[in-house]
Design a protein around this ligand. Structure first.
Ligand code: GLP
Length: 242
């Protein structure tokens, strides 16, 4: 695991954008994994800046989302597909048809999850996965107790995650969905390069466990200790217990 400590989120954005640029220059049909949450925001803004300046094009890039709430209407501003459209698709001008996510409104959930796994495989797998981490150590929506061998499936969100995410729902925990579809830990582990971003005091414990703790399903991000190519980008406060 390579740990990089930066002073500002903007620096983190530049660093990860550089990795995306290098991938796009190296590979004809690159595949990105995109995360929601506030942590990757600076990355998407920096990618958007470079696209606007004509220094980057994602026209041949495919992107796969990590997860999606179940039960939010298609036009809900916090549906993850809507968030990704707003924060990643619009600034980078990537073709929305090349951006894929698990179908949180599917009637046949198991089929939708299997279809999503197959779509990732058919695209050639994820080259670069942009990842955040929950305060309880979840990655995507793999909550504590998730099998480290898990694939895309339906999960129930913990109270803690719903409280953490209530800030996106007018601070009303009751409005945060209780279920989601999420790539599994094993799905994420197949990405060829994982770049995890974490900022601020609230992530200290999760980062401490992820980097220095025992590998355990109770801290799902610890699985990344087995991944051959992980870059962890932190600010001073998230790194303060390392
Ligand atoms: C949500 C997402 C995760 C994300 C986490 C942290 O639970 N499903 O993918 O990593 O939030 O979010 P933030 O970056 O806003 O702290």
């Amino acid at each position: 695991m390579e740990i990089v400590i930066v002073e500002t989120q903007q620096q983190a954005g530049e660093l990860v954008a550089e990795a995306v640029v290098a991938l796009v220059e190296r590979k004809a049909n690159p595949v990105l994994g995109v995360a929601t949450g506030s942590s990757p925001g600076a990355v998407y803004r920096e990618l958007g800046r470079r696209v606007a300046q004509g220094r980057l094009s994602l026209k041949d890039t495919q992107a796969f989302m990590l997860d999606e709430y179940v039960g939010l209407p298609a036009d809900h501003p916090q549906r993850y597909r809507t968030v990704i459209d707003r924060e990643f698709v619009q600034p980078t001008d990537i073709d929305p048809a090349n951006v894929h996510g698990p179908d949180g409104s599917a009637q046949e959930i198991e089929q939708a999850c299997a279809d999503y796994e197959r779509a990732i495989t058919n695209a050639g797998g994820i080259d670069l996965q942009i990842l955040g981490i929950g305060t309880d150590g979840h990655i995507a929506f793999n909550e504590p107790g998730s099998s480290l061998g898990s694939r895309t499936r339906l999960k129930t969100l913990t109270r803690q995650t719903r409280e953490d995410n209530a800030r996106f729902f007018d601070d009303d925990v009751a409005s945060v969905p209780k279920h989601c579809l999420t790539q599994g830990v094993a799905t994420i582990m197949e990405a060829r390069h994982v770049v995890l971003l974490a900022f601020g005091q609230s992530k200290v414990e999760a980062i401490h466990h992820m980097v220095e703790g025992s590998v355990s399903a109770m801290w799902p991000a610890t699985a990344l200790q087995f991944h051959p190519h992980v870059t962890v980008v932190l600010d001073e406060s998230a790194a303060s217990r390392l």
